[in-house]
Design a protein around this ligand. Structure first.
Ligand code: NAD
Ligand code: ZN
Length: 729
């Protein structure tokens, strides 16, 4: 048993560590350690203080909630404090059982106090609530189970149904006035929906004079990824102020606690309501809730988003089932949750249970495996993708995060790796949430080993040795080896075979791996030269599946030009662009021989895409691949060559206005477009002709002012028939 002063020092050290982390997290929205690490230290301190209550100090993080009010925000005093929730970190079902047991134990304790003699100071005068007695008699307790959203708590104050103030939790007693920022969140009603209601099936209670709604502001994962992608692009473009966010929670907290509402407005935030603060009921006909579930229904009726996952649950068994069910959905949810919350449903029982320091006794947060963990970088590898993009990947000491063991985490590109300054040997925070690839989000600088070297991108492709290039204004480095690079060959084959490309069923990862590694397939046309015997000789390949693959290859030979173009894996040519190209040019040769100017004629093709297509077909080896693919029998129906370029009105822009004598505007538009013209919605300097009918208004005036030639329907028809000279053209 350590000496007492030693324990004191241990407690003081933990408190210092936790206080620093809490400041970083709550006040600065920039945590330095993962939550799991914080929770571990917190529990260590809690255990120490429980074993030795004399070590507890009033300023201990175990005795307080949240953080300080930031300078610049007006403080808001919460008339009903905003508390924390006790955390159950045992992620197994036992966590739910323990909570149910604790609730019962507390009620049993109260019952014993009732039974004591009136002379005993521990005696309790008023009897236990009937629901408590029922629970003690062995009836399952009614709970509500909800997801625990990973965002930041907000209190919304409505007076006579109108949002008047929004505040953060702060230290639980005093929060920050963030009304301006919260108003920018579309999901937060500015006025309670009391008439008609948000849902026609729910009875809508009248608005109480004062209603405080408590809930969580959060950022959806897709919004978060998009925000970080934008930030990365800004950084690549040289914006020094831009930075990426560690996780959706911090991005959301940073946006809400932002002194400039314009910035807050530009960050995509969402909201879930889950409870109430102060409520002043009207004299009569006001809310008369008996349960938390009823409160949630009322919130929904007033127009607040309430999670569809929230559910009534009877006894520990149903809590356990809920925990498991939501766990199974966790990765697929559009937002982060770090656990579920169980709440005693009956408000009378909640009152009976009351609070301890910073937490209600009637609720518990039952956690899931953390989505962020600490681990060590053992190496930084560079992977080469289908298009030759080089991605630095941190090889990690295996770590259980977000429910799976992670050994790789992306560093995106050299710029990101350097900005985060990830080095071999570093202790880092890894995040894995949902389907997103695990990511190193930050380094713990204190734990860096001496002599650790800064990361640099290799000058040569680690797979094929070709030179590595970074295009002007691009964040990514690329291998210049093309499909001669084995890394790109595998990916090129997989892409070629994929459903939206040549759709070769049965040609998956494992097989491609074997075909390329075994040098059986060196280029795309090799696929169509495969014989039954060598295929059937491959690992995990029976003659039957080999034959199936040959059949699939045979079937894939009849395709469309769009699929074929997409299948070639030309950089920047996705499915849509491939379709546009096929429609525009009709024939493959026309695409291959098009110069960038001609490519720019294709709708939605810009200079970058045009350049990429042109470069691709300028490579002799790519033309060779195409020729061989055609030689092995790949065919598609070819259309009219470069039809538009030969039409009489190609390159001319028309605007149509007013009522034409015999044509609808839509018909006129179709006729013009069939002749190669573009039909625009408004007149500008770039307009070549205005076709005007009766009651032409401002467009006619504008055309006249700009000197744009004006045609009537007959004039247009003449032009289409090639009879009139092109005036002004
Ligand atoms: N990484 C760090 O350095 C660091 C530092 C301090 C705290 N933290 C993290 O912050 C958390 C600390 O807990 P806390 O005291 O701030 O509160 P908490 O997050 O554990 O629990 C209370 C909060 O849960 C939220 N919540 C989400 N869904 C809810 C629901 N359905 N019903 C009710 N409440 C719901 C509310 O915002 C409420 O304020 C822990 O997860 C801890 O790891 C991390
Ligand atoms: Zn290469």
């Amino acid at each position: 048993m350590p000496a007492h002063t030693e324990l004191q020092q241990q407690a003081a050290a933990l408190r210092a560590q936790l206080n620093r982390a809490a400041h970083q997290y709550y006040t600065l929205d920039a945590p330095e350690i993962p939550d799991a690490e914080y929770d571990r230290l917190f529990q260590e301190l809690q255990a120490l203080e429980t074993a030795h209550p004399e070590l507890r100090t009033p300023d201990s993080p175990t005795q307080r909630v949240g953080g300080a009010v930031l300078e610049g925000f007006a403080p808001v005093r919460h008339s009903v404090p905003m508390l924390s929730i006790r955390t159950e970190t045992d992620t197994s079902p036992a966590g739910a059982e323990r909570f149910d047991e604790q609730v019962r134990n507390h009620l049993a304790g109260e019952q014993r106090r009732c039974e004591l003699k009136a002379s005993d100071p521990r005696h309790r005068a008023e009897p236990l609530h009937a629901l408590a007695l029922a629970a003690l008699a062995g009836q399952p307790i009614a709970y509500v189970a909800e997801p625990k959203f990973d965002g930041l708590a907000i209190s919304l104050r409505y007076e006579r149904g109108v949002l008047v103030q929004a505040a953060t939790r702060g230290d639980g007693e005093t929060g920050e006035d963030v009304t301006q920022n919260i108003r920018t969140i579309g999901q937060v009603p500015l006025r309670l929906h009391t008439e008609g209601g948000a849902s026609p099936t729910l009875p809508v209670p009248p608005a109480p004079p004062v209603l405080e709604v408590r809930g969580e502001v959060y950022m959806r994962r897709d919004d978060f990824e998009a925000l970080n992608e934008t930030q990365r692009q800004k950084m690549a473009a040289g914006d020094k102020a831009a930075k990426t966010f560690v996780n959706p929670r911090n991005a959301a907290a940073g946006a809400v606690r932002q002194l400039d509402p314009a910035i807050a407005a530009s960050r995509p935030l969402s909201f879930f309501a889950y409870g109430l603060g102060e409520v002043t009921p009207p004299a009569e006909g006001g809310p008369d809730w008996a349960s938390h579930w009823q409160v949630l229904q009322a919130l929904k009726a007033w127009g607040f988003p309430v999670s569809a996952l929230a559910r009534q649950a009877s006894g520990a068994a149903e809590l356990i089932a809920f925990h498991a069910e939501v766990a199974a959905q966790r990765d697929a949810l559009p937002f982060d949750i770090d656990g579920v919350v169980y709440k005693v449903d009956a408000l009378a029982l909640q009152r009976e249970l009351g609070f301890v320091t910073r937490e209600p006794r009637w609720a518990v947060a039952h956690k899931y495996p953390a989505q962020e963990q600490l681990t060590r970088v053992q190496a930084i590898d560079v992977q080469v993708g289908r298009t030759g993009k080089l991605t630095p990947v941190a090889k990690l000491a295996p770590v259980f995060v977000g429910g799976v063991t992670v050994t790789n985490a992306t560093l995106h590109n050299e710029l990101e790796a350097r900005r985060k300054d990830v080095r071999v040997g570093d202790t880092v925070i890894v995040r894995r949430a949902g389907d997103v690839i695990p990511e190193v989000v930050a380094v713990l600088p204190d734990k860096r080993l001496p002599g650790a070297l800064e990361f640099t991108m290799p000058a040569h492709c680690p797979v094929c040795g070709s030179a590595v290039l970074r295009e002007e204004g691009e964040a990514d480095h690329r291998c210049t080896g093309g499909i001669s690079c084995p890394a790109q060959r595998k990916q090129a084959l997989l892409h070629f075979a994929s459903r939206k490309a040549m759709d070769i069923e049965g040609l998956g990862d494992k097989l491609v791996e074997q075909l390329v590694d075994g040098n059986v397939v060196r280029s795309l046309p090799d696929l169509y030269r495969l014989g039954l015997a060598p295929l059937a000789a491959l690992e995990r390949m029976a003659e039957k599946s080999a034959q199936n693959l040959l059949d699939a290859l045979q079937a894939s030979k009849h395709t469309t030009l769009a699929r074929f173009l997409y299948a070639l894996g030309i950089r920047h040519v996705g499915e849509t662009t491939a379709k546009d190209l096929a429609r525009h040019f009709g024939r493959l040769d026309a695409v291959m021989d098009a110069n960038p100017d001609q490519l720019l004629q294709v709708p939605d093709v810009g200079p970058v895409v045009a350049g990429s297509i042109h470069t691709f077909f300028a490579q002799p080896h790519n033309r060779e691949v195409v020729a061989q693919l055609r030689a092995v029998g790949i065919t598609w129906p070819e259309g009219e060559p470069a039809a538009h370029a030969l039409l009489p009105l190609t390159g001319k822009t028309f605007v149509i206005t007013g009522t034409l004598p015999s044509l609808s505007r839509e018909q006129a538009k179709e006729m013009l477009e069939a002749a190669g013209a573009k039909v625009a919605g408004s007149v500008s300097k770039k307009t070549h002709y205005l076709v005007a009918g009766a009651e032409a208004g401002s467009k006619l005036e504008k055309a006249q002012a700009l000197g744009v030639p004006v045609l009537d329907e007959d004039g247009m028809r003449a032009l289409l028939a090639g009879q009139a000279p092109l005036p002004g053209g």
